[in-house]
Ligand binder design. Structure first.
Ligand code: CMX
Length: 137
């Protein structure tokens, strides 16, 4: 892995959460968008050396909605930034890591993303994330 790109944080009220990060903690809002494929509205917050990705569920059957119902709000995943996501995924698969998808999907900011199952990563949901050259984040 090359670096940690962002930390995903599950929230139930995006507006209140943004207010906390911007006005209370003094960080900067980068962008807000809906990622329909993941059933979330996301807000990226600039935290200097890293970003926070606030994740508010859209509807009740997406992964973040299920996560909040089971575990409550808070840290949801950690995303590694990579420059060749397909190679990284096949290397991890060869090493026995359980991938949640063999082929990356398009996520926030147009990035290609894929997830590793928390059961094979000692309880942490990891994302691999390859930025799009046209992306906003
Ligand atoms: N972090 C750590 N563990 C998690 C987890 C998370 N975020 N989400 C679920 N788990 C745990 C569950 O608690 C459960 O553990 P136990 O068996 O000990 O109870 C285990 O993983 C399996 O959970 P599950 O209920 O059987 O399966 P789910 O239907 O909840 O699916 C997962 C879990 C990870 C496969 C699913 O959430 C997924 O596919 N995630 C990837 C996509 C995603 O999270 N998208 C949202 C982010 C989008 C973005 O970044 O833009």
């Amino acid at each position: 892995m090359e670096k940690v790109d962002h930390i995903g944080i599950a929230v139930t009220n995006m507006d209140e959460s943004i207010h906390y990060y911007i006005h209370t903690l003094g960080l900067k809002l980068i962008a807000i968008e809906e990622v329909e494929s993941q059933k979330v509205r996301v807000a990226f917050i600039d935290a200097g050396n890293i970003k926070f990705e606030l994740l508010e569920p859209i509807g009740e059957d997406g992964p973040v909605s299920k996560f909040i119902a089971k575990r409550g709000v808070g840290v949801h995943h950690i995303a590694f930034g990579v420059s060749d996501i397909r190679t990284r995924l096949s290397e991890l698969k060869e090493k026995g890591v359980q991938l949640l998808q063999d082929e990356p999907k398009i996520g926030a900011g147009g990035a290609e993303v894929a997830f590793l199952h928390p059961k094979s990563s000692y309880g942490v949901l990891y994302e691999l994330c390859q930025k799009s050259s046209k992306g906003t984040q």
